[in-house]
Design a protein around this ligand. Structure first.
Ligand code: HEM
Length: 117
């Protein structure tokens, strides 16, 4: 198979480095390393300078069929928690993100929940 000028032999496993691509400054801007949920305020397709830049659920014919469900579930659960608790990062948290296909905190993400009355 030929991809641009690259010849890829049959049987080659290709891994898409999503974590790296989601931090590409040419696509996401100079603040690509920053946690900035507001970059999605006008929808996923307007978050970067390419409409298909966000690849967490893949794109095309094999796109994740659970995408809408997963996003709805995450927003619902997060909203329910934030309505009831104030969240703070625990002093025990050690910043050590690890790329296991998705980016994950290597030593977990301990948080302290404080009830809101
Ligand atoms: C945050 C949560 C999720 C993420 C990040 C995610 C991510 C992905 C990605 C990247 C793919 C494409 C894999 C490939 O290229 O072959 C995929 C496929 C798929 N996902 Fe998800 N997914 C999530 C949640 C879910 C949920 C909740 C369901 C089901 C209720 C689901 C069902 C599927 C199925 C069935 C496929 C295969 C689609 C196909 O090959 O035609 N996913 N997912």
């Amino acid at each position: 198979m030929k991809l641009g000028s690259l010849v890829i032999p049959k049987g080659t496993t290709i891994v898409v480095p999503i974590v790296k691509m989601h931090r590409d400054k040419a696509v996401w801007g100079s603040d690509s390393d920053k946690f900035n949920p507001l970059r999605f305020e006008n929808g996923v397709s307007r978050a970067a300078n390419h409409p298909n830049a966000f690849l967490a659920f893949s794109i095309g014919p094999r796109v994740c069929i659970g995408q809408n469900f997963a996003l709805m579930e995450a927003k619902t659960v997060l909203t329910m928690i934030l309505q009831r608790f104030r969240l703070n990062l625990s002093d025990e948290y050690k910043h050590a993100p690890a790329d296991h296909l998705t980016l994950q905190p290597q030593n977990g993400l301990p948080v302290v929940l404080q009830p809101i009355n």
